[in-house]
Write a protein that binds this ligand. Structure first.
Ligand code: SF4
Length: 478
């Protein structure tokens, strides 16, 4: 007999027999009438094919993703009438198949860091993947795992990387997948922006890993500290971007032209603009039109790198813009979100509370600064493309001196009608931990709203510690 043992922990039930989610048949007809996804190689997938994958292939290959427990912040969204969330999930589930095919078609895989634009990588015919995307690719190679099995395997991978790099790193820069060969990266070439101290540890570690001879290394040197208006600095970074595309050309055997970059900038600007419009719509609504996880997935699509295919991301964004506009008109309140939920804004890199648990506690995350900073920075399409891209990248608000970063963050907080600010960072995140106090003091001085700083542990073994502080904060600001 299968005894179900469950207990209540802060409003959520834990069971030794997982319950699995299924997309309900009654939404099928409506979903299959929605848009196709178009890909970079010109191919397409129809909504019917996506439906069939999510209801027959996905549950067998990746049962862990269909685990219904709200203890997992990356659980599939239950907002099944939002077609773009199903399409986003399809792209994540097919990451391994799609990336393997694209590499075989001659697109090198280049490891980058989060919070940077990826226009020049795609202009040169590469695929730019940040740590989160390499992790998704690696996990999609393991089939049939339960949630617990998947969590344990993921932690074992991370531990290997910490041992190989340094106990001080928080994230490990994809080392565990790239140097183990799970993800066949051809190059490690992130911007050395200030936001992430891990990128330096990680890039250096790739110099001595088991695949060091096969993986090309390049630093795209980002001049730090108030450089955005200095001419020499823009020219210097533009030269670094040229060096980057030349290095990718050595892998592909082709020559990237300024026209290639100009075309790519235009495409990525469309994504950035759509994300900004989508955010303005979402923030203007009386009540949240999606849950927090779907909001974040949609807003970050303008970064155009999570799926390893900017054209596919753009397909979803175009559709999402229309769907969200309609939901706002209909005053739609997203499933799982409480009316008058406390609106929270997250500052800092790489840590998020569990959206579902946050919503159960009466809150919702309405925005975040990291990554949003590069998405909201449009590139001028009228000038020389390397120069204009360098100018834009050096002006990312997240990389600016404190007062400038705070000014931009306060604008986002006001636009999103935030009730409280969480500054979250990981243990080992040197820049964000150093700046947290100064930034939240500045935000508080300018807005008067409540703020809290929480440090998360690097191995994510203490998610409950993080969540119960977030839930207490929600009570305070509600
Ligand atoms: S938490 Fe900080 S140091 Fe770690 S990967 Fe993120 S930005 Fe980099």
């Amino acid at each position: 007999m299968n005894a179900i043992v469950s207990r209540r922990i802060l409003g959520s039930s834990i069971s030794d027999t997982p319950e699995y989610f299924r997309y309900p048949d009654e939404i099928r007809d409506r979903f299959v009438a929605t848009d196709d996804i178009e890909f970079r190689d010109g191919s397409r997938v129809t909504a019917t094919e996506i439906w069939d994958y999510l209801t027959t292939v996905g549950p067998v290959k990746f049962p862990n993703l269909y685990d219904l427990s709200s203890l997992y912040g990356n659980r599939l969204s239950q907002d099944v009438t939002l077609p773009t969330t199903l399409k986003h999930n399809y792209l994540l589930m097919t990451m391994h198949d799609r990336m393997t095919r694209a590499r075989a078609q001659g697109h090198p895989i280049v490891f980058v860091q989060g919070g940077q634009s990826v226009d020049p990588y795609y202009a040169a015919g590469a695929i730019a993947l940040r740590p989160a995307s390499t992790g998704i690719w690696a996990r999609r190679q393991r089939e049939g795992l339960s949630r617990n099995q998947e969590e344990l395997e993921g932690r074992a991978d991370k531990q290997k990387a910490y041992n190989a790099i340094s106990f001080e790193v928080c994230n490990s820069a994809g080392y565990e997948h790239i140097q183990e060969g799970t993800v066949p990266a051809d190059m490690v070439a992130p911007f050395t922006a200030l936001r992430c101290s891990d990128v330096s540890y990680g890039t250096e570690a790739h110099r001595h890993g088991p695949r060091a001879k096969e993986v090309k290394l390049l630093l795209v040197d980002y001049p730090l500290d108030h450089q955005k208006d200095k001419d020499w600095s823009i020219r210097y970074f533009a030269d670094n971007l040229r060096r980057l595309t030349r290095n990718i050309d050595e892998l592909t055997g082709r020559t990237t032209t300024e026209d290639d970059l100009a075309r790519e900038i235009k495409l990525h600007n469309e994504g950035r603009r759509l994300s900004i419009e989508l955010a303005d719509l979402w923030w203007s609504a009386d009540q949240p039109p999606t849950n927090g996880k779907d909001r974040r997935d949609l807003f970050q699509l303008g970064g155009m790198e999570l799926h390893g295919d900017p054209v596919a991301s753009l397909s979803i964004l175009r559709e999402a813009r229309r769907v969200i506009e309609q939901r706002v008109k209909d005053r739609h309140l997203a499933k799982g979100v409480q009316k008058d939920a406390a609106r929270l804004f997250v500052c800092g890199s790489c840590v998020f509370p569990n959206d579902y648990r946050t919503e159960e506690a009466g809150g919702i995350i309405v925005g975040n600064d990291n990554h949003w900073s590069d998405i909201t920075t449009l590139v001028d399409e009228s000038g020389e493309p390397y120069h204009e891209l360098a100018r834009a990248v050096l002006s990312y608000p997240y990389e600016q001196p404190l007062k400038d970063r705070a000014r931009w963050t306060v604008e986002q907080i006001k636009k999103s009608r935030t009730d409280g600010v969480l500054f979250l960072y990981k243990w080992g995140c040197n820049t964000q931990s150093a700046i947290a106090r100064l930034l939240v003091d500045e935000i508080k001085a300018q807005t008067g709203i409540h703020t809290i700083i929480i440090e998360d542990d690097m191995t994510r073994t203490q998610t409950e510690q993080l969540q119960n502080r977030v839930n207490a904060f929600i009570e305070m600001v509600s």
